[in-house]
Design a binder for this molecule. Structure first.
Ligand code: COA
Length: 169
């Protein structure tokens, strides 16, 4: 019997931040396999396309040597189906502040209703990332602020390219 526990860490990753990386590293230390799931449809209007978010997230993980076992795939349909297809029994979510709780509770109950066999677990990021979000990073960058401390290096290059493209350069 296979007793290994694989987990899925899902998100929009528009773009991936050091807060996400922190949770992935914590999960990787505990579980037997971590699969990062990049959601195609999230009800958001992302800056980066699904294909770009998938490629950037993969690049950020590949650039981190300690995460060599972590895989990145796209979620095309339901998260719980994605978890099952990849043999993961657990979904990991980051809880940054009390304000995350209500939304997470709503998603947890819906996911449990959709598939009772998948457990959802929460991890707290390092306190210095507890205020981080992808939209705050995008906002600071697009307003000319420095974001080196908050995102993997590859993300900055992609944000710069995106801005050039949007300006038609
Ligand atoms: N560090 C930094 N930021 C974090 C974070 C962390 N540890 N944890 C969450 N966040 C931020 C994200 O950056 C994001 O910020 P933004 O809103 O400014 O972009 C925000 O918290 C929440 O986003 P995310 O964690 O990406 O979740 P989401 O709400 O965008 O997407 C999915 C949630 C992908 C899990 C959900 O849409 C999903 O499951 N989709 C598949 C379809 C499905 O099954 N739907 C039914 C679900 S009940």
């Amino acid at each position: 019997m296979d007793n290994s526990i694989k987990v899925v860490f899902p998100g929009t990753f528009d773009p991936i931040t050091n807060g996400h990386m922190d949770i992935i590293k914590r999960a990787d230390k505990i579980f037997d396999g971590v699969i990062v799931g990049v959601a195609r449809n999230t009800g958001k209007t992302p800056l980066f396309s699904y294909e770009e978010r998938l490629a950037i997230t993969r690049e950020a993980i590949e650039a981190c040597r300690s995460l060599s076992g972590v895989k990145v795939y796209g979620i095309e349909g339901l998260l719980v189906d994605f978890a099952e297809e990849h043999g993961a029994r657990v979904i990991i979510r980051g809880l940054r502040a009390v304000s995350d709780f209500e939304y997470e509770l709503q998603m947890a109950f819906m996911n449990r209703d959709l598939n009772e066999n998948i457990e959802i677990m929460y991890m707290m990021p390092y306190i210095k990332y507890s205020f981080l979000s992808s939209s705050i990073v995008r906002n600071v960058f697009l307003s000319g602020g420095r974001i080196e401390k908050f995102v993997p290096r590859v993300v900055i290059r992609h944000l710069e390219d995106k801005v050039k493209k949007l300006k038609g350069e």
